[in-house]
Design a protein around this ligand. Structure first.
Ligand code: APR
Ligand code: ZN
Ligand code: ZN
Length: 235
């Protein structure tokens, strides 16, 4: 978040490496066993030049000054991206309950996309007990209509949407627990703010094909959740 200094943001995601190896820091290209090669302004006060940090999820190692310099040179949105593997630290996450997301190609075309096959996504979420991030922690929640199946055209844009939906799933943003606007049931698993096409060969519900604007619309919805093209490279 914008009220934190770059050092505070960066510091949350690494642990100190005690005996830095004879390996190059891929930000400054100097060895990790020596000082940071970053010579830009305003970095020397931040930490010792020889301090090396290991990112907590992906384990890639850098000079801490190099990480801070990289963060400073980016858009400073509170998120830190590992320059080796693109893992993102500090992204917004939702309260989607545990479950499974699968996808495969089916050899049929969607209305409006006659020249490609179709990606079918299947979501499985079982009922369970609400966690602290849900409306009534400790109480059960229901899960209706699972497995839920959704469809994308198997073309460039459809594949891009799939990549971003996989990121959204990891960040627990596809579903939420709340009141269904369709059934009125409360404390149940509901779609979050990212629309899916659950109807295959027609568009009787408004959640089907053809819909020439769908892929662009869902990309906008993903963006509103903080998920963009760069996040898709994480996979
Ligand atoms: N397919 C895709 N999206 C839907 C559907 C549907 N059949 N019904 C509603 N949505 C969208 C709504 O437009 C809204 O934006 O999901 C969002 C949340 O609506 P809710 O009715 O609260 O969601 P939920 O109860 O999860 O969905 C209702 O969708 O997939 C089916 O089996 C599911 O019958 C259930 C229905
Ligand atoms: Zn470095
Ligand atoms: Zn990494």
């Amino acid at each position: 978040c914008k009220c934190k200094t770059p050092e505070e943001v960066v510091k949350r995601y690494w642990q100190k490496v005690r005996n830095p190896p004879e390996e190059d820091c891929t930000i400054c290209m100097e060895t990790l066993s020596g000082p940071s090669g970053y010579k830009g302004p305003g970095i020397s006060g931040v930490s010792r030049a020889d301090l090396v940090g290991q990112l907590e999820q992906c384990s890639h190692r850098y000079h801490v000054q190099c990480l801070v310099a990289m963060y400073n040179n980016g858009n400073k949105d509170g998120r830190l991206q590992c320059p080796s593997c693109n893992t993102i630290y500090g992204a917004k996450t939702g309260n989607q309950p545990p479950g499974k997301m699968e996808y495969h190609i089916i050899p049929h075309s969607l209305p409006g996309h006659p020249d490609c096959k179709t990606i079918r996504i299947i979501y499985f979420i079982p009922p369970g007990i609400q966690g602290p991030e849900h409306p009534n922690p400790g109480k059960p929640f229901t899960a209706r209509g699972f497995p839920r199946q959704c469809y994308l055209p198997d073309n460039d844009k459809g594949c891009k949407v799939l990549r971003l939906l996989l990121v959204a799933w990891d960040r627990r943003m596809i579903f939420s627990v709340g009141t269904s606007s369709t059934t009125g049931e409360s404390e149940t698993v509901i779609w979050n703010e990212v629309h899916h096409k659950t109807e295959f060969g027609s568009n009787l519900t408004g959640h089907g094909y053809p819909d020439p604007d769908y892929l662009d619309n869902v990309l906008e919805e993903l963006k509103a959740q903080g998920i963009t093209e760069e996040d898709g490279q994480q996979l």
